[in-house]
Design a protein around this ligand. Structure first.
Ligand SMILES: [Fe+2]
Ligand SMILES: [Fe+2]
Length: 185
């Protein structure tokens, strides 16, 4: 992942995360064993912080814009069902029967959702705000990155990383707290 430069605005940052999410799904297609578990943990973490950042920072902004309400309502509905699927997948774990089918469903849902954001929602934000404002919003969404890494130290086994990271809802709660603190809420 490239060092996030000060010039990257919130739309560029979130679109880059969309590509990283898509790449993780692609890598999961062929991964097995521990690698598959680690990739799934990375996906859980990235989806949790990404969607939380959008819910806390982007959606409220777009909702306040002309024509933004229905666009945001549709995106929140998509995020809700993806979140439920993510929680189910995390509960059953990559070894479970049926995991692969649900993972494909999650991939289709999440990638379609990201496409809708880039097509219908982000342009409204781009039109409404100055480049400076969009860059400031990037700084806010980036604070969510401070939730536990998937691997705290090289060589630390996955089980330890999983404990530090916790289930999706716990990651989302921590990301939300970090963002709200940054916003002074
Ligand atoms: Fe989203
Ligand atoms: Fe997104």
């Amino acid at each position: 992942m490239p060092e996030a430069g000060t010039e990257e605005d919130v739309i560029a940052f979130l679109s880059r995360q969309h590509r990283e999410i898509r790449d993780l799904f692609t890598a999961l297609d062929t991964a097995t064993g521990i690698e598959r578990r680690d990739l799934f943990r990375a996906l859980v973490r990235l989806l949790a912080i990404h969607e939380t950042a959008e819910e806390e920072v982007v959606h409220p902004e777009v909702r306040s814009l002309a024509g933004g309400g229905p666009v945001v309502d549709a995106r929140i509905g998509e995020e809700r069902s993806a979140k439920e699927l993510l929680v189910t997948l995390d509960d059953i774990g990559p070894e479970a029967e049926g995991f692969d089918t649900l993972l494909l469903q999650l991939r289709d849902d999440v990638l379609a959702h990201a496409e809708h954001e880039e097509r219908d929602e982000f342009p409204l934000l781009r039109k409404a705000h100055t480049p400076e404002r969009l860059r400031a919003m990037a700084s806010t969404v980036k604070v969510a990155e401070a939730v536990a890494p998937t691997r705290p130290h090289p060589g630390v086994e996955s089980a330890t990383a999983n404990l530090l990271l916790g289930p999706p809802v716990a990651i989302m709660d921590r990301a939300r707290d970090l963002i709200r603190a940054a916003l002074g809420r």
